[in-house]
Design a protein around this ligand. Structure first.
Ligand code: PEP
Ligand code: MN
Length: 330
C-alpha cells in the first residue's frame, strides 16, 4: 500500500505517518517525488487496514499497489530514477556507455582497452575480476589482483568501474574497489547476495537471469531496494529461447515493458545476447531505439587471444564505429 501525502505535507507529518506504520508492525519507506511524497508500506504479508492512516495529518489518500514489487514500481514512484555516479547520470534520458573486456587479464590488457574505449567516449570501464564460468576449468578471473588493476585503470583514465560480485564472500571486496557492483545473470536469484547488495552504498547493476521473466527480474530488484539501496540499474542481456542462431535472444521488448511498470533505469548488453561481434552494433542501435538508458559492451584489443568471450568482443575500431553511428561518441 502507498500512503500519498498532500503536496503541502510537512516533514514532521511524513515522519508521524512512518511511525504509525511501524507501530502497525510494518516498514514505511518515503518516496519523495516532484508532485508529492508517498510512503510505501513494506513488510506486510496481507492487506493493510488503512483506517488509522487516513486520519493522520497531511495524508491525502491510500492506494493499493497492484504489482508484487512495490519500491521499484512506477505506481509507487511515477518519476524515472536517475542514478548519479560521480559526474555521470544513469536514467532519465541520459545514455551511459560501459565498455571493456569480459575479464581483466592483466594490467597492460585492461589499460590498453580502457584508453581506447575512453577515447571513443565510453564513461564506465567494465571487466570481471571474479568470473562466473560455465566450466570449472575455464579462466575464473584474477580475483583481488584484478580489482587492484581496475583501481589503477580508474586512477589513470578517470573512467568509472563496473565489475561483478559473484558471491556473498567476495561482494565486500568488490564493493571496496568498484563504482558500480554488477550482479550477473546466473546470480539474479541469489537472494542472500541480493540482500547484501541492498546494504551497499554503491549502485548495483542487476542483469536479467538466463530464463527470468520481467516480474522475476523486478522482484530481484525489490530484494535490493527493500534492504535500503535504491540505486539499481537493470540490464537486459538476452534470454534462453528455442532460437539457436545467437548465444541468447535479445528481448528488446523488455525495455518498454519495464519502463511501463518500473521507474528503474535499464541498460542493454548486446554482447552476451549476440555471442558474435558481427551483431553487436545493430543490436546496440535497436536498444537505443527502444529507449534503453545505456549499453554494456565487451571490447578487446586482441579478441583472438581473449581469455573469455573473445567471439563477442568488438575490436576497438568497431566500438568506435558503434559510438559514432549511434551519436554517442564525444
Ligand atoms: C559478463 O558481463 O561478463 C557476464 C558474465 O554476463 P552475464 O552475467 O550476463 O552472463
Ligand atoms: Mn562476458
Amino acid at each position: 500500500m502507498l500512503v500519498v501525502m498532500r503536496n503541502d505535507a510537512t516533514g514532521e507529518q511524513v515522519r508521524a505517518v512512518i511511525e504509525t506504520i511501524e507501530g502497525m508492525g510494518y516498514r514505511g519507506v518515503p518516496m519523495p517525488g516532484a508532485q508529492r511524497t508517498a510512503i510505501c508500506i513494506i513488510g506486510n504479508r496481507g492487506p493493510v487496514n488503512d483506517s488509522l492512516l487516513l486520519t493522520l495529518d497531511g495524508v491525502k489518500e491510500t492506494i493499493t499497489v497492484t504489482k508484487p514489487y512495490k519500491l521499484v514500481s512506477r505506481e509507487t514512484q511515477p518519476e524515472s530514477t536517475i542514478i548519479k555516479v560521480d559526474d555521470i547520470s544513469i536514467g532519465g534520458g541520459n545514455i551511459v556507455v560501459m565498455a571493456g573486456p569480459c575479464a581483466v587479464e592483466s594490467e597492460e590488457q585492461a589499460l590498453t582497452i580502457a584508453r581506447l574505449v575512453k577515447g571513443y567516449g565510453a564513461q564506465v570501464f567494465r571487466g570481471g575480476a571474479f568470473k562466473p564460468r560455465t566450466s570449472p576449468y575455464s579462466f575464473q578471473g584474477l580475483a583481488e589482483e584484478g580489482l587492484k588493476i581496475l583501481d589503477r585503470v580508474r586512477q589513470k583514465t578517470g573512467l568509472l568501474i563496473v565489475t561483478e560480485a559473484t558471491d556473498i564472500n567476495n561482494i565486500e571486496l568488490v564493493e571496496y574497489y568498484a563504482d558500480i557492483i554488477q550482479i550477473g545473470a546466473r546470480n539474479m536469484q541469489n537472494y542472500s547476495l541480493l540482500r547484501r547488495a541492498g546494504q551497499s552504498s554503491k549502485p548495483i547493476l542487476l542483469k536479467r537471469g538466463l530464463a527470468a521473466t520481467i516480474d522475476e527480474l523486478l522482484m530481484s530488484a525489490e530484494y535490493i531496494t527493500s534492504e535500503g539501496n535504491s540505486q539499481v540499474i537493470l540490464c537486459e542481456r538476452g534470454i534462453r529461447t528455442f532460437s539457436d542462431t545467437t548465444r541468447n535472444t535479445l528481448d528488446l521488448s523488455a525495455i518498454p515493458s519495464i519502463k511501463e511498470v518500473s521507474h528503474l533505469p535499464i541498460i542493454v548488453d548486446p554482447s552476451h545476447a549476440a555471442g558474435r561481434r558481427e551483431f553487436v552494433i545493430s543490436l546496440s542501435k535497436g536498444a537505443i531505439a527502444v529507449g534503453a538508458d545505456g549499453l554494456l559492451v565487451e571490447v578487446h584489443h586482441d579478441p583472438q587471444h581473449a581469455l573469455s568471450d573473445g567471439a563477442q568482443s568488438l575490436y576497438p575500431r568497431q566500438f568506435g564505429q558503434l559510438m559514432s553511428e549511434t551519436n554517442l561518441g564525444d
